[in-house]
Design a protein around this ligand. Structure first.
Ligand SMILES: Cc1cc2nc3c(=O)[nH]c(=O)nc-3n(C[C@H](O)[C@H](O)[C@H](O)COP(=O)(O)OP(=O)(O)OC[C@H]3O[C@@H](n4cnc5c(N)ncnc54)[C@H](O)[C@@H]3O)c2cc1C
Length: 467
């Protein structure tokens, strides 16, 4: 079988790449070793976690806030099994959707592990051992990432779980200990806290959400603490021991060294990041170079050092986000079809889907200070936004950072209800090189939360109206 393009892996990077390539007239095939398409994102990542965040948020609303709205539903009862089938339905709907789209675009699909036998040759090894060889002009590796392990800690997906196990628990743990205060740990910690767990988050660094704006991190931690999540920052985990009767003892000590203490938990969630996944690809045989973190090295055209082999998504450098993988998939497909694909890495939104949400795009204050770029900051709290007041969702703020000389928007950071949707207008504005005044002079509908974005833009030049 002979193709223009074979894509290995059908996560958001791979399947989007294949569809775009097929749209542009390339004869395209995909190889996927999982039974369903959609990769980490649809099967064990973005989609199932968001389904549980949605369902657990509804549970908490009914439990704690409906009465304030004059709705008496009594004490809601959790049916965890049903909640898990709600999540599974969402996953199935999405993975079947990808299968349909691949078929609709006439992309051939092969199930099995893809191994690069040489430039232009991909061997598909099926689970039953059967194999077939695909000939192709180009290969795109989109094999994604896997959970990072903590040395000496075995993940059994029952007592010591990764994000995958935390999406499948069959009962609410009384005590959940989360190792790592990054996005995934805080999202899944929020899910189980809402469903009744006592949640403690242990983080090596002195802050939550490393890499995001510091002020946002501080405010967000305060909100999560108010919701009942306990934090142990600047603390390292030195050991996890699973008890004979279940549960685990987790030994921790100050990151800077000091006295150790032992914490008890029913379930320990290890959420310390993800590592690029290249197992079984045969990269050493063909000589594809990787960096010191195991990521496939590519140039700005996603080309590896071996002619005809490209890579995108979590398996290469950059933020491990589904939309980053998708955009790279489109870009490389367009380049292979002779067009000029492009990804603007300066404008990739980043969202934490807790309540409230956290969303950011562009530079943080810390990055601007480090780069020596003079900027003006405009901030607007949701306590002063009419719609937030009416909805009773006043936690958080919008912060716009604009170049001190040109007023060009360099970064926007939001903590607040629906922040993940609010960030989209700013991403568009930044793609068009908008100034804070451009956003401030754009008419925003009233009463909406988007008015807080406009007011923060006004605040850059100290002319916010509602504070
Ligand atoms: C719990 C969780 C929540 C997340 N939430 C979000 C979110 O809300 N928003 C967001 O943007 N990102 C989120 N992410 C990250 C997101 O899932 C990844 O960034 C994204 O899936 C990366 O896409 P990808 O196409 O590079 O790889 P993946 O989605 O990892 O897909 C790679 C695919 O390649 C297949 N594969 C691997 N090796 C081979 C081989 N040799 N042959 C054949 N197939 C192979 C794998 O089976 C897999 O299906 C989340 C991740 C997790 C774990």
């Amino acid at each position: 079988m002979s193709y223009d393009l074979v894509v290995i892996g059908t996560g958001p990077g791979g399947y989007v790449c294949a569809i775009r390539a097929a749209q542009l007239g390339l004869r395209t095939a995909v190889v996927e070793k999982r039974a369903t398409h959609g990769g980490t994102c649809l099967n064990v990542g973005c989609i199932p976690s968001k389904a549980l965040l949605h369902a657990s948020e509804a549970f908490e609303e009914a439990n704690k806030h409906f009465a304030d709205l004059g709705i008496d539903v009594g004490t809601p009862k959790l049916d965890l099994k049903k909640m898990m089938s709600f999540k599974a339905e969402g996953v199935a709907g999405n993975t079947k959707g990808v299968e349909f789209l691949l078929k609709k675009n006439k992309v051939d699909t092969f199930h099995g592990t893809g191994r690069i036998a040489g430039a232009g040759r991909v061997e598909v090894i099926a689970e039953d051992g059967g194999n077939q060889m695909l000939e192709t002009k180009s290969i795109v590796i989109a094999t994604g990432s896997d959970v990072a392990r903590l040395p000496g800690v075995t993940i059994d997906e029952k007592v010591v779980v990764s994000s995958t196990g935390a999406l499948e628990l069959d009962r609410v743990p009384k005590k959940l200990l989360v190792i790592g205060a990054g996005v995934i740990g805080l999202e899944l910690g929020s899910v189980w806290r809402r469903l009744g767990s006592e949640v403690t988050v242990v983080e090596y660094l002195d802050r939550v959400l490393p890499g995001m704006d510091g002020e946002v991190g501080k405010q967000f931690q305060r909100i999560l603490t108010k919701q009942g999540i306990a934090f142990k920052l600047s603390t390292k985990v030195t050991g996890v021991e699973v008890g004979k009767k279940g549960g685990a003892s987790v030994t921790v000590e100050p990151a800077a060294g000091g006295e150790a203490e032992t914490l008890q938990a029913d379930v320990v969630l290890v959420c310390i990041g993800r590592t690029p996944y290249t197992e079984g690809l045969g990269l050493d045989t063909v000589g594809v170079q990787r960096d010191d973190k195991g990521r496939i090295q590519t140039d700005s055209h996603y080309a590896t050092n071996v002619t005809g082999i490209y890579a995108i998504g979590d398996v290469i450098a950059g933020p491990m986000l589904a939309h980053k993988a998708e955009d790279e998939g489109v870009a490389v497909a367009e380049m292979l079809a002779g067009q000029s694909g492009h990804v603007n890495y300066g404008v990739i939104p980043n969202v934490v889907y807790t309540f409230p949400e956290v969303a950011s795009v562009g530079k943080t204050e810390e990055e601007l200070t480090k780069d020596g770029i003079a900027y003006n900051a405009g901030k607007f709290p949701f306590t002063a936004n009419g719609r937030a007041k009416a909805n009773g969702t006043t936690d958080g703020f919008v912060k716009v950072l604009a170049d001190a000389q040109t007023d060009r928007v360099l970064g926007v950071h939001i903590v607040g209800a629906d922040a993940g949707n609010l960030i989209a207008e700013v991403a568009v504005a930044m793609e068009f090189g908008a100034s804070s005044e451009d956003i401030a002079r754009t008419c925003h509908a009233h009463p909406t939360l988007t008015e807080a974005v406009k007011e923060a833009a006004l605040a850059v030049n100290k002319r916010a109206i509602h504070v």
